[in-house]
Design a protein around this ligand. Sequence first.
Ligand code: 4VN
Length: 317
Amino acid sequence: SFGKITATARYLPKKVVTNEDLTKWMDTSDEWIQSRTGIRQRHIAEAENTSDMCFKVAEKLMTKSKLEPVDLDFVIVATMSPDYTSPSVACQVQGMIGANQAMAFDVTAACAGFVYALATAENFIRSGMKRGLVIGGEKTSKLLDWEDRSSAVLFGDGAAGVLLEASEQASIMKQMLRADGERATSLTAGYRQNKNPFCTNPEVNPSLAMDGRGIWNFALNDVTKSLKEFIGDESVDYYLLHQANKRIIEKIARKMNEPIEKFPMNLMNYGNTSAASIPILLDELIEAGILTLNEKQKVVLTGYGGGLAWGNLLIQL
Ligand SMILES: O=C(O)C1CCN(c2ccc(-c3cc(CO)ccc3Cl)cn2)CC1
């Protein structure tokens, strides 16, 4: 069998923080943020943690399907901002929805996480599993240095995902997963202090730090080159790129020699939601009727970010 996306859902925390709000306690401006990133606002989770947002997505997916939680074979969550190192967010969600027959684990691939997770789920279905949830969820707001205006203004919280079910018809036609660990320090976050009673190594700043220029060039060079190789002469209806930066997406569209209309963007409303960005976009496009399940539209999902990790999936919906 092959995996088929049979439902999508998203959850954004209630609190909206506009660029203007940020200027109240950070030396930045709406003009700078909008012109350099395209971002106008972002959702920031208050008391909710990553597992709570992923649970809301799982609940919505179960409601949209006619399945019972015990019918699920797997729950996979892509996140770089888990509540704990143990238990996984996936296990927390598995317990919260009562999917006690499902295996559950997290995928850590930063902004490429959802693509890695969906490719992983597809491989489980091709090896015999019947159905499961694949969710991207992030609360990067708890990892940020809120004094650092160059990174704090870029990110937002949220979660979204899909129900993937076994089908005789192939839908996820092709996958490419890549990494470059030599550039691991280009985006770091959540360092866990490396000490014990036998040695106290120096403290390391656990806040998110990004080599913006380095990631920018990675996106324009490595990611675009891989995307061109991946597509070959396929005709693609829509490219769902990780929603990190408007100018990056416009440059990638130009390098791909494709019209910008094929590169939908919602980052103006959510900021960079890391592993959640692609599934949030997918769910919004389906809700808007721009994409429709079971109509054979060809979409490419492209995640890219910390690791460095990146990946492409060619899906016929
Ligand atoms: O000065 C400027 O214009 C700055 C220049 C630096 N910028 C960047 C640089 C990199 C990213 C980014 C981040 C991730 C991590 O999810 C993934 C993919 C990308 Cl392309 C986002 N913004 C902001 C505007």
